[in-house]
Design a protein around this ligand. Structure first.
Ligand code: NDP
Length: 255
C-alpha cells in the first residue's frame, strides 16, 4: 500500500521545461504519484507529443506551451488556467539553458538571456502561481537550482549567478508566502544525463572529471530526482520551507 503522505491525487502540477530532460522525468514522477500535469516547453509540437505520451501511459496531462521568459505569455497562460478552472497546486520552475563562454567574450545579451531563462522566469511564474495559491492558502513551489547555486565554475558565469539567485529566491518565497500555506523549496541536481550535458558526456576528459569527482563515480539519471520532487510536492514536506536539497551523488560533500 502506498503512503498517503506522498499521494498527489487531485493535484495539478505545472512543470516548466517538461518536454524533455529533468523536467520530463520529474513530471512523470509526479504523474505516477497521482498529479495531473501541465506540460511546458517553447515548442508546441514537442509539448503536444509529450502530452500524448503521458496520456498513452495512463496519466492526466495537458499542454501549456509558453516561453518562460515572456511575461505576456505567462500572464496569458495563467488567465487560461483560470478560465478553464485549473488551479496550479504544484509549480516546478525547471526550464533552463546553459552555454559555456569565458566572461571576457560574453555579450551582455547572452548574459541577460541566461538570467532571464533560469532566474527571472522563476520569479514571474512563481508570482502568478502564488497569487492564486495565497487565495487558496495552499501550494507547493519547487525551484531547480544546481551545484552552481553553491559553487562558481569557470565559463558559466551567468548560469552560476542565476542558480545562486534561485537559492535566495526560494528563501524569499518562503519568507513571504509560508504564512499562506505555501512551501517553496529547491532541488540542486548534480551532473545529470540530459541533452543539456550531451557535449560534456561525449567529452572523455570532462566525463572522467565528473566520474572522478563524484563520490558515486557516475553521472546522475533524470529519474533520480523524482523522489525529492514528489517529497517536496507532497504533504510529507508541509513544514519544510526555503530549503535547497542537493541530489548530486555526494559531490558537494567533497568539493
Ligand atoms: P534540457 O536542455 O535537457 O531541457 C530543458 C527544458 O527546458 C526543455 O524542456 C526546454 O524545452 C525547456 N526550456 C528551455 N528554455 C525554455 C523557455 N524559454 N521557455 C520554456 N521552456 C524552456 O535541460 P535539463 O533537463 O538538463 O535541465 C533542466 C533544469 O535543470 C535546468 O534549469 C537546468 O539548469 C537544471 N540543471 C540541470 C543539470 C544537468 O546536469 N542536466 C544540473 C543542474 C541543474 P524547449 O527546448 O522545447 O523549449
Amino acid at each position: 500500500m502506498s503512503n498517503p503522505l506522498f499521494d498527489l491525487t487531485g493535484k495539478t502540477a505545472l512543470v516548466t521545461g517538461s518536454s524533455r530532460g529533468l523536467g520530463r522525468a520529474m513530471a512523470e514522477g509526479l504523474a505516477v504519484a497521482g498529479a495531473r500535469i501541465l506540460i511546458n516547453g517553447t515548442d508546441p509540437a514537442r509539448v503536444a507529443e509529450t502530452v500524448a505520451e503521458f496520456r498513452a501511459a495512463g496519466h492526466a496531462a495537458d499542454a501549456a506551451a509558453f516561453n518562460v521568459t515572456a511575461e505576456d505569455e505567462i500572464l496569458r497562460a495563467f488567465e487560461g488556467f483560470d478560465a478553464a478552472g485549473i488551479a496550479v497546486d504544484i509549480l516546478v520552475n525547471n526550464a533552463g539553458i546553459q552555454f559555456r563562454k569565458p566572461m571576457v567574450e560574453l555579450a551582455t545579451a547572452d548574459w541577460q538571456r541566461v538570467i532571464d531563462t533560469n532566474l527571472t522566469s522563476a520569479f514571474m511564474i512563481g508570482r502568478e502561481a502564488a497569487k492564486r495559491m495565497i487565495a487558496r492558502q495552499s501550494g507547493k513551489i519547487i525551484n531547480i537550482g544546481s551545484l552552481t547555486s553553491e559553487l562558481a565554475r569557470a565559463t558559466v558565469a551567468p548560469y552560476t549567478v542565476a542558480k545562486g539567485g534561485i537559492k535566495m529566491l526560494t528563501r524569499a518565497m518562503a519568507a513571504e508566502w509560508a504564512e499562506h500555506g505555501i512551501q517553496a523549496n529547491a532541488i540542486g541536481p548534480g551532473y545529470m544525463i540530459t541533452d543539456m550535458n550531451q557535449a560534456l558526456i561525449d567529452n572523455p576528459t570532462f566525463d572522467a572529471w565528473v566520474k572522478g569527482r563524484t563520490p558515486a563515480k557516475r553521472w546522475g539519471k533524470p529519474g533520480e530526482l523524482v523522489g525529492t520532487a514528489v517529497f517536496l510536492a507532497s504533504s510529507a514536506s508541509d513544514y519544510v520551507n526555503g530549503q535547497i536539497i542537493y541530489v548530486d551523488g555526494g559531490m558537494l560533500a567533497v568539493l
